[in-house]
Design a protein around this ligand. Structure first.
Ligand SMILES: [Mg+2]
Length: 498
């Protein structure tokens, strides 16, 4: 099959540029079999791939996979340099910021209190840090009330959801400084970090560094071109839809695709039927008649700006015939799902690592479920015996004292046994959950789960992503007519009656 002498699962030669598309496709499929869970596509809402006529891709963190450690360091250095000029803010060095895994997508920053929190789908704060110090339950209750509840997570004046990888440096810097300033200054601190971060994006200082050395900041995915070529062979229309500027996209994309070509080589444009830069998502999706959007075409035939109406008319497909793939749950998915009815795929880079860690703890998820099931059953048993105990306490002892005493004693023993078992099962469950959580992320645990509930991020993922996966090129691992089928969802009363 391959001319190289590498082991089948350890080939470092990459695809052969001269080989026909089908040869490269087969090589890719053999190297990354679909049964590797880390590369699977997961389905929330069933999707017949053959019904999809057009597929759109975001660029940053979707086709373009960044080396996040390098990118975060650069962004932090630039922002810290600006912050340190403000004498009202404690001086900071990059060594003072917490390690990268402290900042994750799906967290919420409470800019009024200087906290970073993980919340479940109902808005309950399940974990929180003030600065970098973990908050106790009592401290959380003091701030968020007896229910540990944030009622309006999207309340921009106070709570800021961490939606994208680009937001992580801000969270790391804020956490390093929040505990060092007065509570009343926490909001101003955040606004200052936010405005300096905006500035390094707007004034081009960040992109100047990135475009000067794309290979340092971007990881090539050699499976992207075979995937795009295959989709074209299958008759899909392809488009690139990115908020990044044309100059930036063309400077970075050859590195992302692993072509080895210079930024001046625009042959990659031919991989797509349509390329849109400076799209200004999510506004792009809301703008059926968006008067604020201006569409222009540059010399390479690339569109800048515009709106969904124009795009659908150019590609000749609309609504659920279009699949859009992006990494930003708000800018790429929520608005496109609500406004255009496009089908969606969310790229979650963390998924690959989370699945790998889970696979290294075989059976643990099942053990947690079993411990939880035993807890539920024992809790019901305890309620049952307590009910009997209550009924027995109301009975008159006349003539039946001995018999009643034996019954009460028996009932009390069973209650105690159920209580002991319950305590043991809860301990077991908490121990297993703690082990799993620490393995997944030492600060926050799973991105998707908070105890027995979904996280806020997990709920958004379920609501707005038809499908999700760890990287865009995973599509190449599925056949042309694949049916992405969602697993059956049960309501609590259905589960109870199984
Ligand atoms: Mg993106």
């Amino acid at each position: 099959m391959s001319d190289c002498n590498c082991a089948p699962n350890d080939c470092s030669c990459g695809p052969n540029e001269d080989a026909p598309w089908w040869h490269r496709l087969i090589t890719t499929a053999l190297l990354n079999p679909v049964f590797e869970q880390q590369r699977s596509i997961f389905t929330n809402r069933s999707l017949r791939f053959e019904k999809i006529k057009a597929i759109g891709f975001d660029f940053d963190h979707t086709l373009g996979i960044y080396d996040c450690a390098e990118l975060d360091h650069l962004a932090m250095d630039l922002v810290i340099e600006k912050l340190n000029k403000d004498k009202s803010i404690p001086t900071l060095s990059r060594d003072d910021v917490p390690e990268a895994s402290f900042a994750r997508k799906g967290l919420v920053v409470d800019i009024q209190e200087g906290n970073v929190a993980k919340i479940d789908r109902h808005g309950h704060v399940v974990m929180a840090y003030h600065g970098t110090k973990p908050m106790t339950s009592a401290e959380r209750r003091e701030v968020y009330g007896a229910g540990d509840h944030i009622p309006h997570v999207t309340h921009g004046d106070r709570f800021v959801p961490v939606d994208s990888d680009f937001a992580k440096p801000e969270v790391l810097i804020y956490s390093a400084l929040a505990a060092q300033v007065d509570k009343k200054d926490c909001k101003r601190l955040w606004q200052s970090i936010r405005s300096h971060t905006d500035m390094i994006h707007r004034d081009g200082s960040l992109k100047k560094e990135l475009t000067a050395n794309p290979g340092r900041f971007m990881k090539a995915d050699l499976e992207l071109i075979p995937m795009l070529e295959t989709l074209r062979k299958w008759g899909k229309k392809l488009f690139l839809l990115t908020n990044s500027e044309w100059y930036y996209t063309k400077a970075m994309i050859n590195t992302a695709l692993g072509t080895g070509k210079s930024p001046d080589d625009l042959s990659w444009v031919k991989l797509f039927d349509h390329v849109v830069c400076e799209a200004r998502k999510p506004g792009y999706f809301m703008s059926k008649k968006n008067e604020g959007t201006v569409c222009s075409i540059n010399s390479a035939g690339v569109f800048c700006g515009g709106n969904t109406d124009e795009l659908e008319s150019v590609i000749g497909c609309a609504g659920n015939e279009v699949l859009y793939i992006g990494d930003h749950i708000y800018a790429d998915l929520i608005t496109s799902k609500r406004s255009t009815h496009w089908r969606t795929m969310l790229i979650i880079s963390e998924l690959e690592e989370e699945l790998e860690i889970r696979s290294g703890l075989p059976g643990m998820a099942m053990q947690i479920k079993q411990a939880d099931d035993r807890r539920l059953t024992t809790e019901q048993e305890l309620h049952y015996w307590r009910g009997i105990e209550r009924a027995l306490s109301h009975l008159d002892e006349n003539g039946n004292a001995d018999h009643l005493h034996r019954l009460r004693k028996d009932c009390s023993d069973r209650c105690q046994k159920a209580k002991d078992n319950l305590k043991q099962y809860i301990q077991q469950r908490e121990q297993l959950r703690g082990e799993m959580s620490r393995a997944l992320n030492p600060y926050w645990g799973s991105l998707f789960r908070a105890g027995s509930e979904l996280t806020y991020y997990g709920q958004q993922l379920e609501d707005f992503a038809c499908t999700y996966t760890s990287r865009a090129s995973n599509i190449a691992l599925y056949p042309e007519r694949h049916y992405f089928r969602s697993s059956m969802d049960f309501m609590p009363h259905e589960l109870n009656s199984m």
